[in-house]
Design a protein around this ligand. Structure first.
Ligand code: DAH
Length: 339
């Protein structure tokens, strides 16, 4: 009996089966009522009490071992069977389609990066603002048309709660909250009550820069603008400043860059002038400094503001603003990063 048990144990140890049906045949051979192990149990009954004491545990062990081994073979065979059903566990994973960065985010990061290299840090402010931070602090006269319902989305009147129409509001917040030197860049979304078309949208994005310190001059502004234009549009880019008007800067200017499509020769994009407008800028009006608690007799500053959509249009020739917010993947996929 002992010998038979040993022989069966060795046999079971060497069992092989690749399909579930083969495993079932093995189960019948060893573990069914008419199987080899059951036969041993029948023989067991004939033994003397002493022999039973000796053989009993060994026989039980064999039965457990056979049950375990066959269960393991079944599991392996079932997994292998899955392969034939089309599940191949060794196959490399299906590539997941990776998303792409939104063109406005790409350009915003690029703008921030350039100013960061000049020592500017990011400042943020709320999109839901009050009249003071968006207009009054920035020297807008009480009857300035920009406050008109046509431009501004008012959430509440008296006291005014509104959606900021420009990121210049972050300037006022920064100046109220800290003393110079202030060197900040403020990216963000702005809102204006405009009919949506290829050229206008009710929300868009701006980046504002502000530098306030002792002895900040127009030359500092000009050099910063030149650096920015060359980093953004290439080393051969030229800039041109035209006198302009903004309530919060004096003097104010608008900056053009040499058309990056025709290199300044003149094309339909730059309306054959060789120049395209990209931002507004100027020296912070002393009224603004004083309104925000900064002594305009000691400090001066420059500010500039640009539309991210505008810069993106110039860089990637997107000529319909609506594309930026429609989230059409065919459009977005064109902006795969180079690396
Ligand atoms: N806030 C202006 C706008 O929304 C842009 C601007 C112009 C910002 C001149 C400035 C600036 O800081 O100096 O159109």
């Amino acid at each position: 009996m002992q010998e038979k048990i040993q022989k069966l144990t060795a046999e079971i140890e060497n069992l092989q089966a690749t399909a579930a049906a083969e495993v079932e045949a093995l189960r019948i051979k060893y573990l069914s009522k008419k199987g080899l192990i059951s036969a041993l149990f029948n023989d067991f009954r004939q033994l003397s009490v002493d022999q039973k004491k000796e053989i009993g545990p060994v026989l039980n062990k064999l039965k457990d071992y056979a049950t375990e081994r066959i269960a393991a073979l079944r599991e392996a065979a079932e997994m292998a069977d899955d392969t034939t059903l089309g599940i191949d566990l060794t196959r490399t994973a299906t590539p997941i389609k990776l998303g792409t960065r939104h063109p406005l985010s790409l350009v915003r990061e690029e703008i921030i990066d350039i100013f960061r290299r000049l020592g500017f840090t990011i400042a943020e402010g709320p999109e839901i603002e009050d009249d003071w931070h968006v207009f009054s602090a920035l020297n807008f006269a009480a009857d300035h048309p920009a406050r008109d319902m046509q431009d501004t989305f008012f959430i509440q009147r008296n006291p005014d709660v509104l959606l900021r129409t420009h990121t210049s509001s972050v300037q006022s917040r920064a100046m109220v909250n800290s003393q110079p030197p202030i060197r900040i860049i403020c990216p963000g979304r702005v809102y204006r009550n405009e009919a949506i078309s290829a050229r206008a949208h009710c929300f868009f994005h701006q980046v504002e820069a502000l530098y306030v310190d002792k002895n900040v001059s127009f030359a500092d502004l000009k050099q910063t603008l030149l650096y920015f234009a060359r980093e953004m549009f290439g080393p051969d880019t030229k800039i041109r400043l035209r006198p302009s008007y903004f309530p919060f800067t004096e003097p104010s200017a608008e900056m053009d860059i040499s058309c990056n499509l025709c290199g300044g020769k003149g094309c339909s994009f730059c309306k054959h002038t060789g120049w395209v407008e990209i931002l507004g800028c100027g020296m912070v009006d002393p009224n603004v400094l004083d309104a925000c608690g900064i002594d305009s007799k000691i400090y001066s500053g420059f500010a500039l503001g640009m539309g991210i959509e505008r810069i993106t249009n110039l860089k990637y020739q997107v000529n319909d603003l609506r594309l930026f917010s429609e989230n059409d993947v065919r459009f977005l996929e064109e902006f795969k990063p180079a690396h």
